[in-house]
Write a protein that binds this ligand. Structure first.
Ligand SMILES: [Ca+2]
Length: 359
């Protein structure tokens, strides 16, 4: 009850800040960037009462956030000992889809790259707000462009969590955001307007290197990727993260209406090395599909959002406040808008790489 009241008070304050100077919003400022509850972005927050309360207080049009359905009750009592991080493999990942379509004889796909960043500018100038959320953190987290083992070129983004969050909303936030206006990325957050409309869906491919000091689950989660339909954070997000001891990447907030199907041979997200993740999202058809290093790992159908657009996006080290030991690197991120349908969900649409794009 006290937590709920506190959360409500916080959001009243947030709304006031948003109204007073929408054009000057700094996405790094938690008081203005996400007036909707921070915990809304991921559902792996079972067992974190403060986060759940925040969800409820900040989501005017949504009922109580359902408990994470992918974490069965049985997991709560599982006493699996924390695992040690997987050591880097001797060889880098080179897995490619077996049915790549490139070059002569390949049927190209009509698609356009709307945004990309390889961090080779050495800063976050490609992002809305030109930052990656470092000022949001406390002494327990930080994020910065780094020259440590980049995926491409000289730079990648490095984020870390070293102790529990002291934030009143109970989460760690170290992430870069984009706000779309139509097909354009805005230089600064306004939290108003209309986002990207993509009737054939979008494809985002990004590379992540994750080093957690433990396994996730039982309320401890990390969220790698988020799309928010509305610019004002008034609808449920769709996300991709780790929140289960099995280590398999999972969407969140497709519930209660959507259906998640995980491939029988889906592998845990490899740790301590670069992993290529490709996500297809379509709010018109209500679908989400995910590939990991070229392999299909899961599908969601039946997602419903009143707003079909995609306005606010973010990647990075967004995690429940009980995380104390994570290092994450990110590099080579892109967003493509498909101008024709994609329907072969067994094959990764790594556009411009293993799938040719029409000129
Ligand atoms: Ca790079």
């Amino acid at each position: 009850m006290i937590l709920t009241a506190l959360a409500a008070a916080l959001f009243v304050g947030c709304d006031g800040a948003t109204t007073s100077s929408p054009a000057g919003l700094d996405p790094r400022d938690p008081s203005s960037d996400e007036p909707i509850a921070p915990g809304t972005d991921i559902g792996g927050d079972a067992g974190v009462p403060a986060t759940s309360d925040d969800d409820d207080a900040g989501t005017a049009t949504e009922p109580v956030e359902p408990t994470e359905p992918t974490t069965p009750a049985a997991d709560a009592g599982t006493t699996t000992p924390p695992s040690t991080p997987t050591p880097p493999p001797a060889t880098p990942p080179t897995t490619e889809p077996p049915s790549a379509c490139v070059g002569e004889g390949c049927t190209c796909v009509r698609a356009r790259e709307l945004w990309a960043d390889d961090f080779e500018t050495g800063d976050n100038s490609a992002w809305t707000g030109q930052g990656y959320g470092d000022p949001w953190g406390d002494a327990c987290q930080s994020t910065a462009v780094s020259t440590v083992h980049p995926h491409s070129g000289r730079y990648a983004q490095r984020s870390e969590i070293v102790c529990p969050s002291s934030s009143p909303d109970g989460v760690h936030r170290g992430y870069g955001g984009l706000q779309f206006s139509g097909e354009d990325v805005l230089p600064n957050h306004t939290n108003v307007g209309t986002g990207l409309d993509a009737p054939n869906g979008i494809v985002s491919t990004f590379h992540t290197w994750l080093e957690p000091g433990y396994q996730f689950g039982n309320g401890r989660w990390v969220s790698l990727f988020t799309i928010n339909p509305t610019c004002g954070y008034t609808e449920r997000v769709i996300t991709l993260g780790l929140d289960n001891p099995d280590g398999i990447l999972r969407p969140a907030h497709h519930w209660p209406e959507g259906t998640l199907t995980i491939e029988p041979d889906a592998q845990p997200m490899p740790l301590g090395r670069w992993v290529r993740i490709t996500v297809y999202v379509n709010f018109h058809s209500g679908e989400m599909h995910v590939w990991q290093d070229g392999q299909s790992i899961e599908h969601v159908t039946g997602i419903t959002r009143a707003t079909k657009q995609m306005c606010q996006w973010h990647w990075g080290l967004y995690a429940s406040g009980d995380n104390t030991d994570i290092v994450m690197f990110e590099d080579d991120m892109s967003i493509w808008k498909l101008d024709e349908a994609w329907s072969d969900w067994s094959r990764e649409p790594w556009l411009g790489e293993t799938q040719s794009v029409c000129d």
